[in-house]
Design a protein around this ligand. Structure first.
Ligand code: NAP
Ligand code: GLV
Length: 319
């Protein structure tokens, strides 16, 4: 099949997502509207014609060849990969993925893992490997402190769901915000107060120069003794050695990791054999073509009518 679908008008969109099957995206866009010409990389045709692009995992320098790009839409919520390209043209608007279905899926993952750690299921998994029968009684949810780092589209959605389940939820973000019944902390000055006494820590931050390495021994030492960690942000948030040390020292009892410095996680990585760590291969939340194509299509309309797209990335902040 030719990687080129033609509809009525001449708004040209490039789908350039390495490792992502284009077929479902093409039919999702076709179901929404018939006025886009979607080309699938590497069959660009004339680079000058491309106005919009949907991007993921592109090689360095890839975007230099499209002189008339009006926006790049990231397939994912995280734009760290796109922004890490030193040759990314400075004047092209970058738009991150904001999609309700993505937040729904992240909330499912986080709820599942928070409940897993809250109910101390990690202990039973460990016991099974030793044929051991011992009962552990957790506190009730209203006594369990869950802290969420990153209170954006995903973090705030998870916070609301966890609050609904009865947990004591607190959040940390860069700027001030309010959510009913959720204790919010913002800025570096309040990070230690946020972390003090957290029993389950969830990281849903974007990877930026400021947030790299934020999950480190200093932070772990503030948590309640034997706390659990869930990292579904980016691998670069975690100082891996510090996690292994914190587990050895009992600061951290168990961890759920969905993202890693190097993906796939190398076969010989010590995380594979650490019984306190559960590894997920970056599957916390998927971008689904059926809903995400609508988010992109709405943003194309906004830009075509002179409005700012929803989810516009602030390049200086890195998210
Ligand atoms: P978002 O809406 O941009 O929210 C980011 C949040 O992080 C905001 O609350 C922001 O604070 C906060 N933040 C950023 N820099 C900070 C800093 N220096 N100090 C304190 N808070 C800071 O992003 P999102 O859509 O929720 O996505 C978050 C991340 O999740 C993505 O970037 C991606 O890395 C990850 N993700 C992972 C998966 C997966 O499958 N594992 C799937 C999707 C996304 P303000 O609110 O004050 O701006
Ligand atoms: C996935 O990791 C995303 O950023 O959406």
């Amino acid at each position: 099949m030719a990687n080129y679908m033609t509809w009525n008008s001449n708004t040209e969109v490039l789908f350039a997502c390495e490792g992502v099957e284009a077929k479902d995206w093409l039919s999702a866009f076709a179901n929404i509207r018939g006025d886009l010409n979607i080309r699938v990389s590497p069959d660009f045709g004339a680079c000058e014609a491309i106005e919009f692009a949907v991007a993921w995992n592109n090689p360095r320098g890839f975007w230099r060849r499209f002189p008339n790009l009006r926006a790049i839409f990231s397939l994912g919520a995280g734009v760290d990969g796109l922004l890490s390209d030193p040759e990314l043209p400075a004047d092209i608007p970058i738009v991150r993925m904001l999609d309700r279905a993505l937040a729904d899926e992240m909330a499912e993952f986080v709820m599942a893992r928070v409940i897993h750690h809250h109910r101390l299921f990690h202990r039973y998994e460990f016991q099974q490997s030793r044929n051991s029968w011992a009962i552990h009684k957790p506190p009730t949810a209203n006594k369990r402190v869950v802290g969420i780092m990153g209170m954006g589209a995903l973090g705030s959605r998870c916070a609301i769901e966890l609050k609904e389940m009865g947990f004591r939820v607190r959040g940390w973000a860069r700027t001030c915000k309010e959510l009913p019944d959720i204790e919010l902390f913002y800025g570096w000055d309040r990070l230690a107060d946020f972390a003090n006494g957290c029993e389950i820590l969830v990281c849903l931050l974007p990877r930026t120069l400021e947030t790299e390495g934020i999950l480190n021994s200093g932070l772990f030492s503030r948590l309640a003794p034997g706390a659990c960690l869930i990292n579904a942000g980016r691998g670069a948030h975690l100082v891996e050695r510090d996690l292994l040390d914190a587990i050895d020292l009992g600061f951290i009892e168990a961890a759920t990791l969905d993202v890693f410095h190097e993906e796939p996680l190398p076969e010989r990585h010590p995380f594979w054999t650490c019984s306190a760590i559960r590894i997920f291969p970056h599957v916390a939340a998927f971008t689904r073509p059926e809903t995400a194509s609508k988010a992109i299509s709405d943003n194309i309309d906004r830009i075509l009518s002179g409005k700012s797209p929803v989810g516009l990335v602030e390049r200086v902040l890195g998210y």
